[in-house]
Structure formats: structure tokens, C-alpha cells
Write a protein that binds this ligand. Sequence first.
Ligand code: GLN
Length: 538
Amino acid sequence: MSKTKYIFVTGGVSSSLGKGIIAASLAKLLQAQKYRVTIQKFDPYLNVDPGTLNPYEHGECFVTDDGAETDLDLGHYERFLNVRTSQANNVTTGRVYQSVIEKERRGEFLGKTVQVIPHITNEIKRRMMLLGESGEYDIIITEIGGTVGDIESLPYIESVRQMIWELGEENAMVIHLTLIPYLSAAGELKTKPTQHSVKTLMESGVKANVLVCRTEHPISDDIKRKLALFCNVKQGAVIESIDAKTIYDVPLLMQEEGLDKVVLEQLNLPAPGTADLDRWKAFLYKFKNPKQTIRIGLVGKYVELQDSYKSILEAVSHAGAINETKVEIHSIHSEYLTIENVTEKLTGLDGVIVAPGFGERGIQGKIEAIRYVRENNIPFLGICLGMQMAVIEYARNVLKLDTANSTEMDANCADPVISIMEDQKTIVDKGGTMRLGAWKCTLKAGSLVHAVYGDTEIEERHRHRYEFNDAYKKAIEDAGLVASGINPETGLVEVVENPNHPWFVGVQYHPEYKSTVLDPHPLFINFVEAAQGYFRSK
Ligand code: GLN
């Protein structure tokens, strides 16, 4: 019998109910009960990884230490649990089919007809159990993307059915997240959509053990009893999940509803006592009781969809909480930012972040924003493309290299201050061709970033193709923009800063991926402090 226990989280009735947050909250509660927990996400789409997905469609692409381009829910998992995830924590249908097809091409199926059942489902099950084999975890929570009843979810639901059959209900269970809509005309909460979605699950042979019900209004005991009876779950296994003010409230709300208790009962695991959530509660207290409010501008081209910059927004709110400051984010669309309106759009801000991105659209707006904050001593943090644009802005406006650009925007530009690395020039595929994952960086002794990190050796995650061009390093440094972080293996510039400015830092990496509730990122903490300083000096 398997020692690791498995919890599957499925979704019904509607998408966007927040399965990721529920899974992360449950994991947090189990972790607080001293269980070793991890979460993985199985996504039913055909992309091999989310790296090629447009942020407008799927939100941000999260990057792990081992360089996996993953669903943004893995960001929530890391932020809630304070543990690192990896490639194995995110699987897509595309990846599953890719492995099965590669195996077929190698002749490993020995002439058998290769089919969805059993070959695809076996590959799904193998991957579902992969993290459990290490012996590192007591409990593995698997979030199944999509909504029950979708054609593309079927192989996953069938795999879950088989795993429960193989491992037994004490070792593998299902939490079904569903929606209880409120009909204002009738003044009632409606349970029928949930009954139907549980039935759809049942048609595939899978019984929900726990129902987590998203709702805008409290669910009465009568409705809970009705749901339990018609959906065939135990009385205490209907959990209300009412809309929360912040996602960080959800673990505590789930604890009040007893989600961890029913889950441990179902898995026949002891609950050692009251979960230890003191540090989490201390964070929430500060988050909810700020002593002041500052305004940070986020300049990017995907600002219409907040999920595109999820990790940045979360990292800023962690840093705000630790500084007992409410940080109001003002999204500024880089495409509509011009030399004429930049003053008007950026006035009143206490700090500006220029966001990561790809392609030419909106870059002139980013450059205008950077010039404005540089000239007006407003704290600035440039991330990835934001750092590259800071280099271009400096080269153009201070060094007077009018033709400075990135070869991403103009392949033949006269002064490619940002350009592609030699060994990447021959690559044509878009997927998985970037510098990805954790890379070491050595910070210059005495620099601002050295003081911020309190260390000269750091490691941060990357996701980009283009780099600071070494050929321009001396000229740019001589003009005052210092390369204060260098990759010790490749010599590539990872950080630039401006010592003649109160707080001006550009980083080629993505610090936002490593900020968690219990370990907010030093760069964001310090940036918020600088913005507080600017706010006070006004
Ligand atoms: N487009 C830039 C590059 O590929 C920056 C990428 C990013 O901001 N993540 O280098």
C-alpha cells in the first residue's frame, strides 16, 4: 500500500472558481498540521507548457527554479506553502501526449495499438504519482484544470478513478469545487447546478468526498444538509467558501469550516492539534492594518488582465504588508504612454515598476516612463524587459546613442545595446528556447543591491532570450549606469543601477517569482521602503 496520500481537486459548474487558491489553502492547513505537502497541477490543454500562451488568455507564466514554464497557480502554491515547485508539479495534455508519442516512435509499445485508455491514462497516472515516489511528501494535492464534463478532462477523471480504485478511498480522495449561484429574483441560493456536476463526475465513476461551495452568500445548515444528501457526501463534508477580501484569508476561512479536519478524517490521518498559523496571521494583521498608503505605477502592455502580472502584484503586497503600508497599484498601459502625457500619467506616484514583456508594442511608452522617473528621482524597479528598456533609455538619452535598441525590436539596429546571445541565434522553435530558471549572480560589493540582499552571492529565476550587450558595458558604465550584478559563469549583466539616483534598479531576472507570504523578497521590500521615503519627502 502506498504511504503517500493523494487528494484530487476537481472543478464543477463554472471555470475561475479558484481551485488553485483552495488547493493552496488546504495544503497550507495540512502543512500547519506538520504534514509534508506539495501541490501539482494537471492542465487539459494541448500546449506542451504554458510558455507559449498569450498572457491575455492564461495570465502570467510562472517559472520554477528548475526552469519549468508553468501555470500561474504554481505561484500561489509557492507563495502559500513557502516550498519550491518544479517541472514535475505542472503537467499538460500536450506533455502527456508528447511522451506517449515519442515512446511510440521509439517502438516501445512493441506493435500494440496505442490508445487513450490505457496508454494516455497510464502516462497521466505515472506523472500523478511521480512526486510521491520520492518519499518526500505525506500528502500530494493534485489540481485538475478545467471543469468536469469537458471532453478534454475525461482522461484525467478516468485516471483519478483508477487511482482511487488502486489505492483505496483512505489513500486517495476527491474534493469537488463548485458554485452555488444566488438568484436575486427568487432570493435563493441554488444547489441544482452542483447536483448535476457531481452527477457528471459520478457518470465517470468518481465520487466526490468533499464539496467546497463557492458562494456570495452564507450557506445555511439546511442547504448544506440538502447538498450532502443529494450529492452523496458526509454531513460535515459540505464546506462553504464565501468570497474573501483577500486570497490570504482563505486558509483561515477553510479552517473555520473544518476542511482540514474532514480531509484528515477521510484519509484516516491524525490531526496532531491546532494548526500553527501564527506567522500567517501576523502577516494578515499587518496586511489589513496599514499605517499609510503609497501609490506605485505598474507600466506594462498587458495591464487589462491583472493575472498577467500576478507574481509582481503579490510580491508588492507582501512587501507592503511587512512595511505596514498599503500599496495602491496604478496600472499604466505602456502603449498609450507618450512624451506628451507622461508627466500627467505619472504625477502622484511614489514609485514605478516597468514590467516584463515581449515584442515591440508599448516599448516607447516604457522608455518615456523610465526617462521621467530617472529625471525626477522617483524610485524605479525595471524587471526583465523593464531592465532592458532602462539600458536603452540610458544609452539614448544620456549617452546620446540615438540608435540604441534591442535586436528583439530591430534586428538590424546600429547600436544593439540589448541583443541575443550567440548560442541562441540558430534556434527557431519558440517553446523552451529561453534562458530559464535559477541562475547565480554576483553582486558588486558596496552597491545598492548588495545592501538590499545583504549578500553578494544570490540566485534568481530568469525567462528571456535577450541580454545586455557586453560591447556597450564600458561606455554605459562610464556614463553612470553601473552593472552591479554579474552572472559568475557567463559574465552576463544581470543587474544595473544608477548611483546618482535615490533608487533606480533594473534586473534581468524575475525577483517576483521568489516572494512568498512568509519570506517577502528583499528587492520589493526595499523598493517599497524607497517609495515610502519618496512619499514622505513630497
Ligand atoms: N523580451 C525580452 C527577452 O526575451 C524580455 C523578456 C521578459 O521580460 N520576460 O529578453
